[in-house]
Design a protein around this ligand. Structure first.
Ligand SMILES: Cc1cc2nc3c(=O)[nH]c(=O)nc-3n(C[C@H](O)[C@H](O)[C@H](O)COP(=O)(O)OP(=O)(O)OC[C@H]3O[C@@H](n4cnc5c(N)ncnc54)[C@H](O)[C@@H]3O)c2cc1C
Length: 393
């Protein structure tokens, strides 16, 4: 039977980053991924990296291409009542954010792991975890028509919201917190220059819109849509027309449109499981929490979990002390709930929840208040660029 120190389920950003950081600290891991390498590398998802996530990627020695190709953003704009309010993140917090797509982060991670000879098993099916409440956990899976068993000290459940790890925990051992929002985001990717060099979040009576980007030549745009809507009902022309209607006039006027190269609808949800540790099993990233993408926190929260877990594991293998690992749940959950709160709040003030004009007036009053209050702007900015990390000991 094969053996490793840490069995990592899922080769998304959490699993790959964890295995890279463990490797740099002399800790062995095996990563089991249900999908193919091409599928994982091609998924279009997050794009905004907090300062702390950039630092963690540098710590993982992944920074070279990111530092060269990322777009550093010192500000972000909010559109409402036909105008645009720029929030100077850097002036308010001393920090910036970086635009560097999750697709690129994943590519860098896969390249680094393969270059280091990592044990990375793609298309592993029927992954099952056992004995995580004992000191001898085990993972079974099928690969290339054979059943494999893997002994380990710890299991890291980095397998996303639909993964097997959280589902294996007895329901009585955990508590789920969930909020489903009554709308989704219809997003397109297009090879056209971004309408602005910084992100624009727009509150409009027709619904929310976001202008984002992946590079100086590739734009990512979103409009709020109904949960029951289908991508097929949104030909490119309809998307561009709707997007422009939801933006301040001068922004819409300078929009360059073009054929979409990807189009998808994502539902919005807030979800947290407590605790994050069950014996030798640790839940990491989307396996443990989901936030609506409004605050750009999903990938950043996943990286923050990895930071706490890998440091705890390094401490354990170097000194024999499990103290940092024992605090994993508590430390991560404090950050997670703050990000859940921020993402929920930002979603609440930017989206259309109903036709109630009273509710829309309240949103506009809150946005107007923001524009006149350095204290309120600073609160938004410090959450957006990422709150400071808490020490584990
Ligand atoms: C459509 C979409 C759009 C998003 N947009 C944004 C955004 O704009 N901004 C933002 O901040 N965040 C966004 N997110 C969230 C962000 O992408 C996630 O927070 C991030 O991917 C979390 O990384 P992860 O590694 O924890 O989970 P994932 O990326 O979900 O990776 C989990 C991995 O586990 C694998 N897996 C699942 N089950 C099994 C199993 N049984 N066995 C083996 N492997 C398994 C999956 O195939 C996957 O590769 C988006 C998410 C989605 C789904």
């Amino acid at each position: 039977m094969a053996r490793t120190q840490v069995a990592i389920i899922g080769a998304g950003p959490s699993g790959l980053l964890l295995s890279q950081l463990l490797h740099l600290n002399g800790i062995d891991s095996v990563v089991l991924e249900r999908q193919s390498r091409e599928y994982v590398a091609g998924r279009i998802r997050a794009g905004v990296l907090e300062h702390g996530t950039v630092e963690l990627l540098l710590e993982a020695r992944l920074g070279e291409r990111m530092l060269r190709e990322r777009l550093v953003h010192d500000g972000v704009a909010l559109g409402f009542s036909g105008r645009s309010l720029r929030i100077d993140l850097h002036a308010l917090t001393g920090r910036s954010v970086s635009v560097y797509g999750q697709t690129e982060v994943t590519k860098d991670l896969i390249d680094a792991r393969i270059a280091a000879g990592a044990k990375l098993v793609y298309e592993a099916s029927d992954v099952a975890i056992e004995g995580f409440d004992t000191s001898h956990p085990k993972v079974r899976y099928r690969h290339e028509g054979r059943t494999h068993e893997l002994d380990c000290d710890f299991i890291a459940g980095c397998d996303g919201y639909h993964g097997v790890c959280r589902q294996t925990v007895p329901p009585g051992a955990m508590r789920n917190f969930e909020r489903i929002y009554p709308f989704g985001w219809l997003g397109i990717l297009a090879d056209v220059p971004p309408v602005s060099h910084e992100l624009i979040y727009s509150n409009h009576a027709r619904g929310f819109a976001l202008c984002s980007m992946r590079s100086p030549t590739r734009s990512r745009y979103y409009v709020q849509c109904g949960l029951d809507e289908k991508v097929e009902a949104w030909p490119d022309e309809r998307f561009w027309d709707e997007l422009k209607l939801r933006l301040p006039e001068e922004v819409a006027a300078s929009m360059v449109t073009g054929p979409s190269i990807e189009k998808s609808i994502a539902p919005l949800r807030s979800f947290v499981v407590e605790p994050l540790r069950f014996g030798q099993l640790f839940l990491v990233g989307d396996a443990a929490h989901i936030v609506p993408p409004t605050g750009a926190k999903g990938l950043n929260l996943a990286a923050a979990d990895v930071r706490v877990l890998y440091r705890g594991l390094v401490d354990f293998y170097r000194t024999g002390s499990a103290r940092a690992l024992e605090r994993y749940s508590e430390i991560c959950l404090r950050r997670i709930w703050k990000a859940v709160r921020f993402s929920w709040w930002f979603t609440s003030i930017m989206h259309k929840f109903s036709d109630d004009p009273f509710a829309h007036r309240l949103q506009l009053a809150e946005l107007d208040y923001l524009s006149g209050s350095t204290a309120a702007l600073t609160s938004l900015a410090e959450n957006y660029v990422g709150l400071p990390f808490e020490a584990a000991s």
